[in-house]
Design a protein. Structure first.
Length: 296
């Protein structure tokens, strides 16, 4: 039974919650604000599953970061809500409508997810190569444990950069507000799965979807070794970029996570908001363990 729970957890979590959002917003024309309540249910379900089937039980322990991560989540989801509310204003000033509004709602959401995934992945990729973007993105990489909730933990300016790269082009095509609301919800659900502490075993599907078994390696503290697995939803972008990586025999632990050259990176919320604008001390990059070295 446990085998099938771990195999089906990620696809059922993603499909179940996103399908519920599609039905509510796209077919029953419900108020998108209720998606916030549905996201709260998803976060609670994620916490329960992480305690029932943890990848690493130590990742479930509060390291004094849960209140900080809650602030990150509240601020970032609040900004998402304001952005979605502004969609009709943008639509009112755009003199064209290119978005295929005649397509089935679920298909519109799928197309939006794939297109946004590409844009967000490219911004993410650039964030490991452009200094000022990395300073913003480093906030997210400062985590020293992987659990679903810290998928929502990022600097608001970096979230804005990802939105510009992934969602703004869709809005300029005339993306309707209901589709934008479900897209934002789907991204939040995927972030929960990417950073989940559930010991999921999605099999072949896990090679296609950028879930926690692959994304954990993106958070390695060993310098540029973590410049892998940038995709938000799909792994295809990493295969095209040459950044796909897996080490299935290696189980990451707390000692493998964070920013190795900045072990004293600020851990409090105000400090993390200010960190990109301060000169922080750097040390030596830790040596990469043998089991994480890329072959060939």
């Amino acid at each position: 039974m446990k085998h099938w729970i771990l195999r089906l957890y990620a696809p059922l979590f993603l499909l179940g919650f996103v399908s519920a959002a599609i039905v509510w917003v796209g077919h029953r024309h419900g108020d998108p604000l209720w998606l916030l309540a549905l996201l709260a249910v998803a976060i609670a379900a994620s916490f329960i599953a992480e305690r029932a089937w943890p990848y690493d039980p130590a990742f479930n322990h509060d390291h004094g970061d849960r209140a900080r991560d809650t602030l990150h989540a509240l601020v970032n989801e609040g900004l998402n809500l304001l952005s979605i509310a502004a969609v009709p204003l943008l639509a009112a000033i755009i003199p064209w409508q290119v978005w295929p509004v005649q397509w089935p709602f679920a298909l519109q959401v799928l197309v939006a997810i794939i297109a946004a995934d590409l844009g967000i992945t490219l911004v993410h990729y650039a964030s490991h190569r452009i200094g000022w973007l990395w300073r913003l993105h480093a906030v997210h990489h400062s985590v020293t444990r992987m659990y679903g909730f810290n998928g929502l933990m990022k600097h608001p300016l970096h979230q804005a950069a990802e939105a510009v790269g992934g969602v703004l082009p869709l809005l300029l095509l005339g993306l309707p507000m209901p589709v934008a609301a479900v897209l934002a919800f789907a991204i939040a659900i995927q972030l929960l799965l990417q950073h989940s502490n559930v010991d999921m075993r999605p099999g072949l599907l896990g090679r296609v979807m950028a879930w926690a078994p692959l994304h954990r390696f993106h958070h390695m503290r060993y310098g540029t070794a973590g410049d892998v697995n940038f995709g938000l939803f799909l792994t295809v972008w990493d295969h095209l970029l040459g950044t796909a990586f897996d080490a299935p025999g290696y189980r990451l632990q707390q000692r493998d996570l964070g920013i190795g050259s900045q072990p004293d990176y600020p851990r409090d919320y105000p400090g993390q908001l200010l960190a990109p604008f301060r000169e922080l001390p750097h040390g030596e990059v830790p040596e990469l363990p043998e089991g994480l070295r890329r072959r060939g």
